[in-house]
Design a protein around this ligand. Structure first.
Ligand code: PBG
Length: 323
């Protein structure tokens, strides 16, 4: 089957035929849109490094939620910038904490919109780490208690799904147990199973005020040089009860998404993170790339690699472009 008998260009000759033979199809159903909630009132504040993404106080959410629902985006994932931070991250599991209030507000505005919560402590601890700290060490097992308490308080407030992003060992099992013991056995867990220690989280940490005050996250998040370790994390999380597993970031880890997809039979989510978004925004603002084509190429590549679900700050734009 060589030239001139075979001519691959035949199937590229028009948009109509390209549409027919297209192997990867992305739709709005694939997207989860991140929403940043901030304690206070009357706040709608653009995040400087993430153009088009805002901090909202819960009283200003109405329009944003309406827009998300009208675009038919199925789900949001909530992050909170709380009123206070302390050693025990108690703002994370405060029944009237920022995320808990946000969940109630959103479920009230749009009962059918799926509300997923990021379960982590880094926005709530005074040191910015994702677990409890003693003598500059990030503790594992005592952190599990705080993390699972946080997940339970989200479920009580009405969250439809919880998504632990802390990378402590055993967190999925701990969350599954506490949810089951409290009549929340129907609430799924989407685990940030394969979360690399990444420079691509820069804009998010500024937005969520969650950068560690000392050291880094290298003792809990994964080394970006590792692949086999990703398989181990994924298998552990599924055994502990994860319903959906996630690879994060997405773009520099398409190989990981692709390989993980082949070894699991649960849905695979990929997080197209803040730095990946900001790079495209910045370059397009400089006039160096075309935002729409590069963003869609990026989202399609994540899907093509094997992701079933994409968490992306482009969700609203892409939903419009796909219309
Ligand atoms: C919390 C968390 C982070 C992100 C999602 N959840 C930051 C981090 O681990 O430092 C990053 C999301 C993004 O960059 O878009 N642990």
């Amino acid at each position: 089957m060589n030239f001139p008998k075979s001519r691959p260009r035949r199937l590229r000759s028009s948009e109509t035929i390209r549409r027919m033979v297209r192997e990867t199809k992305i739709s709005v159903n694939d997207f989860i849109y991140p929403v940043f909630l901030k304690y206070g009132r009357g706040i709608k504040q653009e995040i400087p490094s993430m153009p088009g993404v805002f901090h909202f106080s819960t009283d200003r959410l109405d329009q944003e939620i309406e827009e998300i629902v009208n675009l038919r985006i199925p789900a949001v994932i909530l992050f909170g910038i709380p009123e206070y931070k302390n050693e025990k991250a108690s703002g994370a599991y405060d029944p009237h904490g920022i995320v808990q209030e946000g969940i109630r507000k959103i479920k009230n505005l749009a009962p059918e919109l799926l509300v997923i919560t990021d379960v982590c402590l880094c926005e709530y601890t005074n040191h910015g780490h994702c677990g409890e700290v003693k003598s500059n060490k990030i503790l594992n097992d005592s952190s599990l208690e705080l993390i699972s308490k946080t997940a339970l308080s989200h479920a009580i407030a009405g969250a439809d799904m919880v998504a632990p992003s802390d990378m402590m060992d055993g967190r999925v099992g701990a969350i599954r147990s506490i949810l089951d013991e409290n009549s929340f056995s129907h609430i799924p867990i989407m685990s940030y199973s394969v979360k690399y220690a990444s420079g691509f989280y820069g804009p998010f940490r500024e937005a969520a005020d969650s950068a560690p005050k000392f050291g880094d996250r290298n003792t809990y998040q994964m080394d970006h040089c590792n692949t086999r370790e990703a398989f181990k994390e994924v298998k552990m999380d599924i055994a502990e009860g994860a319903d959906i597993i996630m690879v994060k970031p997405a773009l520099a880890y398409l190989d990981i998404i692709n390989q993980v997809r082949k070894i699991v039979d649960v849905p695979v989510a990929a997080y197209n993170v803040s730095g990946e978004f900001s790079m495209i925004k910045a370059a397009s603002r400089m006039g160096w790339i075309d935002e729409r084509s590069v963003a869609m190429e990026t989202l399609n590549s994540i899907k093509r690699a094997g992701a079933d679900i994409i968490i992306t700050y482009f969700a609203k734009d892409a939903a419009r472009w796909l219309k």
